[in-house]
Design a protein around this ligand. Structure first.
Ligand SMILES: Nc1ncnc2c1ncn2[C@@H]1O[C@H](COP(=O)(O)OP(=O)(O)O)[C@@H](O)[C@H]1O
Ligand SMILES: [Mg+2]
Length: 243
């Protein structure tokens, strides 16, 4: 698996990112000179305590929150020097998002939430959209729930619909902020396997935020955010490798 990564150019390069919130006494320096490279096909797991800035970093890397300083290059393009419209288009085209809040349309069925993405984004025929959506819902274990509205689904089911919606576009990047946080592990694992194979099979980048240690085996790289900076896996975890 690691071999797919060795020859590739980084798909995303972040340089010297800083971001604070508030002013004066209340100033919180959440990101302090963070640099990072992500390669195609790579699953990066970002861990760290609540409030350490994981969601802030995800938002800065994915074009949702402007950094105070530093740059993010995605597929060679400087994300924060694009016009707002260009950045929006770039996001729609290349990025899939999965957040904890699902962001589903309550009145649409599970199928309809997904069909919408395929038909809008790509101008696919209804028949082809239905075929792809049915395949995705089956993979997510939601085949029999396809006709239910979002407000009739459980939290775990909604999250799986949100994952399907993000992956159907086949984005080059998937940003997932604690996607398994609200799921029991059997569903959480299903979600993480699907995200993992999206990255490995298609060469997409998965930027995954989470704190569950059961996610670690699905990651190619694990970084921790502490005091506004990225640190590699704790030394104790790599010591096991030595003979
Ligand atoms: N829009 C905002 N305005 C003010 N403070 C914020 C904002 N977003 C995040 N923060 C603060 O930045 C810190 C990091 O938040 P966040 O990135 O959400 O952390 P995490 O995702 O690791 O829990 C927290 O102290 C949070 O209160
Ligand atoms: Mg967060």
């Amino acid at each position: 698996m690691a071999m797919t990564m060795t020859h590739s150019q980084p798909a995303l390069v972040a340089r010297h990112l800083s971001r604070s919130f508030g002013t004066g006494e209340a100033l919180a320096r959440v990101l302090r000179d963070v640099s990072l490279e992500l390669e195609p096909g790579q699953v990066l797991l970002l861990m760290g305590p609540s409030g350490s800035g994981k969601s802030t970093l995800l938002a800065v890397l994915s074009g949702l929150l402007r950094p105070d300083s530093g740059a993010v290059f995605v597929l060679g393009e400087d994300l924060w020097r694009m016009s707002e419209r260009a950045r929006e288009r770039f996001r729609l085209r290349h990025f899939g998002f999965i957040f904890q809040g699902f962001n589903l349309f309550p009145a649409l069925t599970a199928s309809e939430q997904l069909e919408m993405v395929v038909r809008w984004g790509e101008g696919t025929s209804r028949r082809e959209a239905r075929r792809r959506v049915a395949g995705m819902l089956d993979q997510l274990g939601l085949g029999r729930r396809a006709g239910l509205r979002a407000d009739q689904l459980s939290g775990g089911e909604k999250q799986r619909v949100a994952v399907g919606r993000a992956l159907l576009k086949q984005p080059r990047f998937c940003f997932a902020d604690e996607p398994t946080g609200s799921l029991d592990w059997s569903h959480g694992e299903q979600v993480i396997r699907l995200l993992h194979s999206a990255a490995h099979d298609r060469g997409a980048v998965l930027f995954l935020v989470g704190h569950d240690p059961r996610l670690v085996p699905y990651a190619d790289r694990v970084l921790h955010l502490a005091d506004g900076q990225l640190v590699a896996e704790p030394a104790s975890a790599s010591e096991e490798v030595s003979p």
